[in-house]
Design a protein around this ligand. Sequence first.
Ligand code: COI
Length: 350
Amino acid sequence: MEIQIHPIGKSRIDEVDFNNLAFGRSFADHMLIAEYANGAWQSMTIQPYGPLSYQPAMMSIHYGQSIFEGMKGYRSAKGDVLVFRPEENFKRFNKSAVRMCMPEIPEEIFLGGLKKLLEIDNAWVPNKEGCSLYIRPFMFATDEYVGVSPSTTYKFIIFNCPVGSYYSKPLKVRVETEYIRAAKGGVGFAKNAGNYGGSLFATQKAMQAGYDQIIWTDAATHQYVEEAGTMNLMFMVGGSLVTAPTGDTILDGVTRKSVIQIAKDWGIDVQERQLSVKELVSGILDGSVTEAFGAGTAAVIAPIQTIGFEGKDYQLPDKKDSDFSSKVFTEINQIRLGEIEDSRGWVWKV
Ligand code: COI
């Protein structure tokens, strides 16, 4: 499919302070837009990032057919643009699409369109330590109709943001035992907008109580640790890496699976199993739980310092360079920057 290109008249790049990048507040010059209608993807356009105009009855706003992905691009020392495992995000995007009755996207648009977009906005990929270009592909229903049914038209868009860290300090998280994020048979594994909207109320309450994030527990019993919504959760328990198994309720995170692979390659025992909050708390108290951290594209590896449960705060040991989470962060960072050999074939060079 040919890409129509309408370049920006004058780049906005000089308006951005690359030395003080927040997460998700600045937007690169261009975006890619593909349109779906009459049962097929019709066109692909690259045009300046900017407002789009839609009807108030656009279905995605009312009934939530809206999915997204998150990826990151990095500037290598040689000046290349490297994207971390975008094929995994492509596959997951289509799983989300199927679950939400939306059309799957061809690789030619998701990865082919992204490649062209990154060639055009190459200058927006930061080269400062800790910074990257956050890539946000998303798709939403565009039919103008108030009945509840799958839309027949969709837009797929990719825009990019030069970003700094998502979390800037070790986190204080609270185990949520009242509200739920996802239930068996639901859409928790899909990256649909509603999962995030549904998480805001409980997260806001935790923040008002002085926490940064929530640990979601299973909907049926509230006994088992699930994920954090913005990232998967991982723990070092007695020298083993423990994380909840993916399924209906947990996002199959790309950083999660990368951490698991690296741990296995390093000979560390990995247990994808249910971890009860009881086991977690008693493990913190008896010292067998030595690390807790989140893993996600935006968050990368986010160490957890404090876990709140039933009104009490439990402290994890201070983060050390010899921790698994510190070492795995360094390994992932070096792979995505092209600083060490990419023996697993994870890096996609634009
Ligand atoms: C990501 O890690 O890319 C996500 O989609 C999480 C989002 C909360 C920024």
